[in-house]
Ligand binder design. Structure first.
Ligand SMILES: NC(=O)CC[C@H](N)C(=O)O
Length: 386
């Protein structure tokens, strides 16, 4: 058992929102100044997976769970090699953590990776504020504390709408993640979470990961059985090259699966509109209804954009899943090609395992479309997350 005193100093820090709201707290992690879109996540656990999810690149993450850091940080809980959020905001950072698997305190982890944070602010009041007013930018600072200056920086911070960020978190070059007896899956990496790759590995797939700007002909030369378009940060609408690649992928007749950003890119390639949401969905407790079975799944979500239901032509796609909180589109099945896509995260990490079956659905789609025999693991996956 690791018990460690985290002893963050009492250095003052401030969080200043672009509408002038100021919250005063103490510095957490790296001292300095950072900014971005202020998001909140309602997951009770999983702060480290959330911190390292590349889809959060450029965003400040505020956790609604008030106790953050109480199980430390561990090399096991990474969704990327480094933290990806631009800054981290918590209510209460504990003086001790306890976890047999922890390697270090969350504070030490944040410092080691240069991640600026703030603790001791009323996160729930701030969440209610953002939820009412809509998403906005903010800065966290433990260096300059002059509020007018920080407010100006928050106002000047570039908006997430219109920002292409996926290229900044994509792999630099192609690599083989794993080899197995199952289908060959080519993954377009716009910031792919590790647990998506592990989910394919658990099903016996051979997985080849390529940078998001890879020419489709290069991918086809590898002879994939299925194509996957990953999650990722930023606004999908300006990603015209990626949308074009998805269009070409559709023309190949290969089965295609997209998660989150990938779902949005597939939708855009099929002429379906995407809009920026009032506050977005981020958490591990979003109820989603499967319209085919009537079953409700508790899902993990992380998105600030969504597809516009009005723009789905009946001959293009069918809605398979909807969010029960606000009726937003959560899943599509495409009609002109063998494609399925999800706005939420079946790989969870963190979150419940209700939606893991979507990877099996894709395996079955691949088996239907291609002459491949699925290994038993492809449809009877272990529930384990690693
Ligand atoms: N997790 C994701 O892929 C997020 C997609 C996109 N950046 C959004 O915020 O909606």
């Amino acid at each position: 058992m690791t018990h460690a005193s985290s002893s963050p100093t009492r250095d003052p820090a401030k969080l200043v929102l672009s509408d002038g709201t100021v919250a005063r707290g103490v510095a957490l992690g790296q001292r300095g100044l950072t900014g971005g879109e202020l998001c909140f996540n309602t997951s009770m656990t999983g702060y480290q997976e959330i911190m390292t999810d590349p889809s959060y690149y450029g965003q400040l993450m505020m956790m609604t769970q008030p106790h953050i850091g109480n199980y430390g940080a561990s090399a096991e809980d990474m969704e990327a090699d480094t933290p990806m959020v631009a800054g981290f905001i918590v209510r209460d950072y504990p003086r001790r953590h306890a976890n047999t698997q922890a390697d270090e305190t969350l504070e030490a982890f944040m410092r080691r990776h240069g991640l600026v944070g703030i603790a001791g602010v009323d996160t729930r009041a701030l969440v209610r504020h953002v939820r009412d007013k809509g998403v906005m930018n903010a800065v966290i600072s433990s260096e300059a504390l002059e509020e007018e200056t920080l407010l100006q920086k928050a106002r000047d911070w570039p908006s997430m709408a219109g920002r292409k960020l996926a290229s900044e978190v994509s792999t630099d070059g192609p690599y083989t993640f794993c080899e197995g007896p199952g289908p060959r899956i080519a993954v377009y990496d716009f910031g792919v979470k590790q647990n998506i790759l592990r989910s394919f590995r658990r099903r016996g797939c051979t997985v080849r990961v390529v940078p998001g700007d890879t020419d489709l002909s290069e991918v086809r030369a590898w002879d994939p059985d299925g194509l996957f378009f990953s999650n990722g940060p930023g606004d999908p609408r300006p990603m015209s090259d990626a949308i074009e690649t998805v269009g070409e992928a559709i023309d190949t007749g290969l089965p295609i699966f997209g998660i989150c950003l990938g779902h949005q890119l597939m939708s855009l390639a099929e002429g379906i509109g995407v809009y920026k949401m009032h506050v977005g969905h981020r958490g591990a407790n979003h109820p989603v209804k499967n319209l085919d079975t009537g079953q409700v799944e508790v899902t993990t979500q992380n998105h600030g954009f969504a597809v516009d239901p009005e723009s789905i032509a009946p001959e293009t796609a069918r809605v398979t899943h909807v969010n029960l909180n606000d009726d937003t589109i959560e899943g599509l099945e495409f009609k002109t090609f063998a494609g399925m896509s999800l706005q939420y995260h079946p790989e969870a990490s963190p979150g419940p395992h209700d939606s893991h079956y979507h990877f099996n659905r894709f395996m079955e789609l691949v088996a239907e479309e291609r002459d491949v025999t699925l290994p038993a693991a492809a449809t009877e996956p272990a529930v384990a997350t690693a």
